[in-house]
Design a protein around this ligand. Structure first.
Ligand SMILES: NC(=O)c1ccc[n+]([C@@H]2O[C@H](COP(=O)([O-])OP(=O)(O)OC[C@H]3O[C@@H](n4cnc5c(N)ncnc54)[C@H](OP(=O)(O)O)[C@@H]3O)[C@@H](O)[C@H]2O)c1
Length: 194
């Protein structure tokens, strides 16, 4: 039986764990990334050891999925972390580490799966942002910046793929609508495979 193939980063807990379980229930073959053999992944989810801050481990992980499943239909860029603190007191090393995880981690994963998706002219990528990806919040400046950066980079890109951000909130925002979608995205979506 041919299953749609999903890769979800960070399935050991939280949103990634719940998403992995939900996709398995919908019939997907799910590969879930974790940094440790010891972390618990949902039933039927195939573990891929990978750290989104490490490009080599990402390439190994994506190659492993492609060798086992042949293709990737869906990437969910979920892995992420947080950082609280006053702007003037936050050590810059911690802020950089957060960007390596929340921003560059998602960028690296996306760059690693895009060639296979482009070759098949098919694929979907979901980016898990945050309400702080479009709203400010006290003492959350660097976390908000990392999520703003992701949203802004996607909005400014012309990847030619149908990438969209997803915000874990009850409100149906901020999905891009025809009125808010910038021309580069609209153009990319017109030429992109669905
Ligand atoms: N929870 C919320 O209220 C909320 C609200 C808005 C947005 N979000 C966003 O939703 C996403 C998930 O949040 P969550 O609350 O579900 O987080 P969580 O429970 O803390 O889980 C984070 C996941 O990311 C993985 N991870 C951390 N560092 C990693 C790395 N370097 N490489 C690969 N995987 C790594 C962790 O896996 P390990 O087992 O390897 O540590 C874990 O599975 C994040 O992007 C977060 O910013 C969450």
């Amino acid at each position: 039986m041919n299953h749609a193939v999903a890769v979800i980063t960070g399935v050991s807990s939280g949103i990634g764990n719940a998403t992995a379980g939900a996709l398995v229930a919908r019939g997907y073959r799910v590969f879930g990334t974790a940094r440790s053999e010891a972390s618990i992944v949902p039933e039927k989810v195939e573990r891929v050891l990978l750290d989104v801050r490490d490009g080599e481990s990402i390439q190994r992980g994506v190659d492993e999925v492609l060798a086992k499943a042949g293709h990737i239909d869906l990437l969910v860029n979920n892995a992420g972390g947080s950082l609280d603190g006053a702007f003037e007191e936050t050590p810059l090393g911690q802020a950089r580490d957060l960007f390596e995880l929340n921003f560059f981690g998602a960028v690296r994963m996306t760059q690693a799966v895009l060639p296979a998706m482009r070759a098949r002219k098919s694929g979907r990528i979901v980016f898990v942002s945050s309400v702080l990806g479009f709203l400010p919040a006290p003492f959350m400046g660097f976390y908000a910046a990392s999520k703003h950066a992701l949203v802004s980079a996607l909005r400014s890109s012309s990847l030619g793929s149908r990438a969209r951000t997803s915000t874990p909130t009850d409100r149906p925002r901020p999905r891009w609508s025809p009125t808010t979608r910038p021309p580069s995205i609209a153009r990319a979506q017109r030429c992109a495979p669905r």
